[in-house]
Design a protein around this ligand. Structure first.
Ligand code: GN1
Ligand code: MG
Length: 378
């Protein structure tokens, strides 16, 4: 028999319909599509039919997400953070587009049922970029993340829960990798010896950012912590940034975490899971454009040590992600979504190749950072 929901998975459609009902979304359910972008949570664009006021039907969309509670062990506190941070941003910029999470009858911004932990927010019509050669767009992304940093800089960090403790503690990430490699639960470690050896050989350099913080040489700020360029929504026509999204990891952190993560994602010649790691590397033009945008917004707020370690932070984040992907591969992929068995290993190799290229280009990267730090330090 043909399903009422056509090519959609009928059980999933029913589930999303139920979630929508719990959040009091009006109008008949039309359809849904899965948004495959994130590597941790499940995301769906859910469409409803509305009357446009002239007797015609129009589509009204929402975003529904199922939180990965293996990654986010305390989703209630995560939603508390999101509520506080989004409210704070909206208060400061009431006229800007922003995410708004809906509430249930009993004023909860989530639904917890036998299938998981769900939330629902407005859908912002926009485009996103996984890779981008347009330097203006990259510069705008740098400005958007820089602006976000300044916007949340006076948010009371005491109010923030650590949604994932030690998220960017590179030392801890290395400890975890070493421990899991020793345990070798899937018997895979002998096949990744080259990757493991490389990562361990650069451990001290990769952890220098974390060490400098522990020595009191870098200030703790409120940071986004997941600054992939696809977490900036751009206007479909003008390609100007509309909003920074994915606030699950807004926590106290270092400015280098946001800068470094953005660069390791956006300035790579290839996507982070390209099967041909030999193509990975830093595109200095992209690096230059992102740095220009980011420092335009933040240069005045940064300490000397922060500026001096921005180049290093890119290497640190590439290595940190490589340790995370490799660790997940060794454990049988419990954390990141994968599309094929070697996916996490492919990701790890790509980050390693990128990290090596960053090492070769570190002087150039530092020079670019210095140039823009001086330009925008007024
Ligand atoms: C995860 O789910 P997504 O794509 O926003 C991860 C990031 C990684 C990224 C790698 C909470 O982000 O830290 O950099 O994958 N988020 C979490 O693609 O672990
Ligand atoms: Mg994320």
């Amino acid at each position: 028999m043909q399903s009422l929901f056509g090519s959609m998975d009928a059980a999933m459609a029913q589930k999303l319909l139920k979630v929508g009902e719990a959040f009091n979304v009006p109008g008949p359910f039309f359809n849904y599509e899965e948004i495959k972008m994130g590597n941790v949570n499940q995301t769906y664009k859910v469409n409803y039919i509305r009357d446009d006021g002239n007797g015609m039907a129009r589509i009204k969309s929402y975003l529904v997400q199922k939180i990965n509670t293996y990654a986010f062990r305390d989703p209630l506190r995560l939603m508390e953070n999101i509520e506080n941070v989004t409210e704070y941003i909206h208060m400061k910029e009431p006229n800007e587009v922003c995410l708004h999470f809906h509430h249930t009858q009993d004023r909860k911004n989530y639904v917890l049922d036998k299938d998981g932990f769900w939330r629902l927010c407005n859908y912002i019509p926009s485009v996103t970029f996984n890779t981008c050669d347009d330097l203006d767009v990259v510069r705008e992304a740098g400005e958007a993340f820089g602006k976000f940093q300044v916007l949340v800089s006076d948010f009371d960090a005491q109010k923030l829960h650590y949604t994932i403790p030690d998220f960017h503690n590179t030392r801890k990430r290395y400890e975890t990798l070493s421990r899991d490699a020793k345990a070798d639960p899937m018997g895979l470690v002998s096949s990744v010896k080259e990757e493991l050896d490389y990562l361990l050989s650069v451990q001290d350099e990769a952890c220098r950012l974390t060490d400098l913080y522990n020595e009191g040489k870098l200030p703790l700020r409120v940071t986004h912590n997941d600054t992939k360029i696809n977490n900036v929504l751009f206007d479909e026509n003008t390609h100007k940034p509309l909003a920074v999204i994915d606030l699950d990891t807004v926590m106290p952190g270092l400015v280098g975490h946001d800068f470094g993560d953005a660069v390791r994602f956006a300035a790579n010649f290839v996507e982070e899971d390209d099967q041909d790691a030999s193509k990975a590397g830093v595109d200095l033009n992209i690096f230059w454009a992102f740095t220009d945008g980011f420092l335009k917004k933040t240069a005045n707020t940064l300490t000397e040590n922060e500026v001096e370690t921005l180049g290093l932070s890119c290497f640190a984040l590439a290595c940190e992600l490589a340790t995370r992907f490799l660790d997940d591969y060794i454990l049988g992929n419990p954390y990141f979504k994968i599309r094929y068995p070697e996916h996490n290993l492919v990701r790890a190799r790509c980050q390693i190749a990128l990290a090596k290229d960053m090492m070769r280009k570190m002087d150039a990267m530092n020079a670019i950072v210095r140039q823009y730090a001086e330009k925008y330090h007024g």
